[in-house]
Ligand binder design. Structure first.
Ligand SMILES: Nc1ncnc2c1ncn2[C@@H]1O[C@H](COP(=O)(O)OP(=O)(O)O)[C@@H](O)[C@H]1O
Ligand SMILES: [Mg+2]
Length: 284
């Protein structure tokens, strides 16, 4: 029997405006195309799907709709743990939802916190330092080139060829620029040169399924992007779909990527669906 499903998301066109917002402020929010595709897929499965904007109006709208289940892809609008707000609300309203829960969504929006959990479990993640100010002393163990990005954003916000810092002057300049623009701690990692892959995962426990690894085809992009999956590629050029899928990999490499994906999914407490990104370090 079909379910009454509420599709919860934050549409870019509904996003709040505020003074001094940067032009990439809501780059991680969703489009009508995405919501229509999800609603059509649920309808094709025999369910009734209704889109609701994931903000405080849910407190009134959900008791009216009385869904059996929520399909949640909300990014949230405000605060350090914004992706976990709607799941928290749904738990308070006692409405079941798909996807990860409050803790996993708060954790994985925060890149340094996630890296600490991965490091604890000896899962590979580049050496790093977090800066609250641009002039903090640099950890002498870190080596250039380094990569500079905001701690709690997505969709490559703050990520461009300029994120690669070859020396201390470039590093301090990027830190100043990103601290001013994103007003949050800035993450500096060792720069990993190499191919870029992502692995999708569906299901839980014994029922886990992996999607074929997808590779970003850097050869199809201009040199200006410096073989980095930049904000521009993820927004302006997002509809060009320059991916290799399945990525040309040996079966042993796919098995290792799947093993790491499942391990990251487990230790971060994810549920139902996730994606883990990799840079395959070249030995050169
Ligand atoms: N340490 C790094 N070394 C090399 N490239 C990196 C590094 N960190 C990020 N990048 C590049 O920047 C892109 C976006 O960074 P990521 O950490 O995945 O942030 P987002 O949450 O915005 O996807 C990556 O897909 C990769 O191309
Ligand atoms: Mg990424």
């Amino acid at each position: 029997m079909g379910l009454n499903i509420a599709v919860l998301a934050n549409l870019k066109r509904n996003a709040p405006k505020y003074e001094g917002m940067s032009d990439d402020a809501w780059d991680d929010l969703d489009s009508d195309t995405t919501i229509d595709a999800i609603c059509s897929a649920l309808a094709a499965g025999g369910h009734t799907a209704t889109f609701l904007e994931g903000n405080l109006s849910l407190i009134e709208e959900l008791p009216k709709l009385k869904p059996d289940l929520c399909f949640n892809i909300c990014e949230g609008h405000w605060g350090d743990s914004r992706e976990s707000h709607v799941p928290a609300l749904l738990e308070m309203l006692r409405i079941p939802y798909t996807g990860s829960g409050v803790l996993a969504l708060a954790l994985t929006l925060d890149k340094p916190m996630t890296k600490r959990v991965l490091a604890h479990h000896r899962l590979p993640t580049p050496e790093f330092q977090v800066f609250d100010a641009a002039d903090e002393p640099l950890d002498p163990a870190l080596r250039f080139p380094m990569f500079v990005k905001p701690s709690r954003e997505g969709t490559g916000m703050g990520v461009s060829a300029q994120s690669i810092a070859r020396d201390e002057a470039e590093l301090r300049g990027q830190l100043r620029a990103q601290l001013a623009r994103y007003r949050q701690p800035i993450l500096v990692e060792r720069f990993i040169r190499g191919r870029e892959l992502t692995v999708g995962i569906l299901g839980n426990g014994e029922g886990i399924r992996f999607l074929s690894p997808l590779e970003v085809n850097f050869a199809a992009y201009p040199d200006s992007e410096a073989d980095v999956y930049t904000n521009r590629m993820k927004t302006e050029w997002a509809h060009e779909f320059k991916y290799l899928c399945p990525a040309p990999l040996q079966p042993a490499q796919v098995a290792e990527l799947n093993r790491l994906t499942a391990a990251v999914f487990r230790v971060t407490g994810c549920r139902d669906v996730a994606r883990v990104d990799f840079r395959l370090e070249s030995s050169k």
